[in-house]
Ligand binder design. Structure first.
Ligand SMILES: Nc1ncnc2c1ncn2[C@@H]1O[C@H](COP(=O)(O)OP(=O)(O)OP(=O)(O)O)[C@@H](O)[C@H]1O
Length: 266
């Protein structure tokens, strides 16, 4: 538990009045959020809404134009070893002769540190990380031989190998089928017993079963402490209601705003 000087629970992520722009083009405005230890947050929102940018700000790869961001009470760059990151679209040449274990060992690389496959402790840690995501049996298989879901698990093991307090994942299920997605979120739910998680996703129907809260990012951020994706949230996030962002199940459960339902009826 992250505690403040008075011994009270303190947010592990604290963002206040944050603005961010690329080359003068505003992307995020007045973002405020507190995330506590043990949270499991889904970050949803339309394409280009600013989700990846917000993750990069949490990682310290970008700096806010205004406002502040603290991770575990520090500037993000001070605690980068406490943050595991699984980026979007990890492209890897499938013919590259590298094993799942090698990929996880890369998570041990720190600036200025050389990679040695023979370091017993690093190898033990990497195997343990693979065990945590049920991939130990595949440790010596080439990464290119694994399925999309198995590869994604290996990238999670790479992020977990340093035992971070916070795990950030950017659209991790893009290359996984719907059955695999459920298994994947089940795995994240299990990992959430040990690590706080923020996952960017477009799979609203799947994630609402697993996460504890939902952050909607569309230039501004709307944070809901429950997992349910409400009509208000959909209305704020997706004012133009094209078919793919109006999931049928949400419509049939009456959880979309009336305006959206009317548009579907037209
Ligand atoms: N390096 C960059 N330079 C300039 N503009 C950028 C850069 N990266 C992102 N953008 C722009 O910032 C906006 C937010 O992008 P971001 O990738 O954060 O959105 P997102 O919500 O993650 O989108 P998606 O769901 O499509 O991944 C977009 O308009 C994008 O074009």
């Amino acid at each position: 538990m992250h505690l403040n000087d008075q011994g009270e629970a303190s947010p592990i992520i604290q963002i206040e009045n944050l603005d961010f722009a690329y080359n003068g083009q505003s992307v995020l405005e007045n973002v405020n959020i507190d995330v506590f230890e043990g949270d499991f947050v889904a970050m949803i929102g339309p394409n280009g809404g600013g989700k990846t940018t917000l993750l990069k700000l949490m990682l310290g790869l970008l700096k806010p134009a205004r406002g502040s961001i603290r991770i575990l009470g520090e500037a993000p760059t001070q605690v980068s070893h406490q943050i595991g990151y699984v980026p979007q679209d990890v492209n890897i040449n499938r013919r590259f002769p590298i094993t799942a274990l090698d990929v996880v060992l890369m998570g041990k690389l720190a600036p200025g540190r050389r990679w040695s496959k023979n370091k017993t402790r690093d190898r033990r840690d990497a195997l343990e990380a693979l065990e945590r995501i049920d991939m130990a049996a595949h440790a010596e298989r080439r990464i290119g031989e694994l399925s999309g879901g198995q590869r994604q698990r290996v990238f999670i093991a790479r992020a977990l190998v340093t035992h971070p307090r916070l795990l950030l994942l950017d659209e991790p299920t893009a290359s996984i089928d719907s059955k695999g997605q459920n298994d994947f979120y089940q795995l994240l739910k299990r990992l959430n017993q040990e690590v706080s998680i923020i996952v960017v996703s477009h799979d609203f129907l799947v994630i609402s079963t697993y996460v504890k809260s939902v952050a909607c990012v569309n230039r501004r951020l709307h944070y809901h402490h429950q997992a349910e994706i409400t009509g208000d949230m959909m209305e704020a996030m997706y004012p133009c209601t094209v078919e793919e962002v109006c999931p049928v199940e949400l419509v049939t459960h009456g959880r979309l705003p009336h305006r959206v339902l009317r548009q579907h009826e037209e």
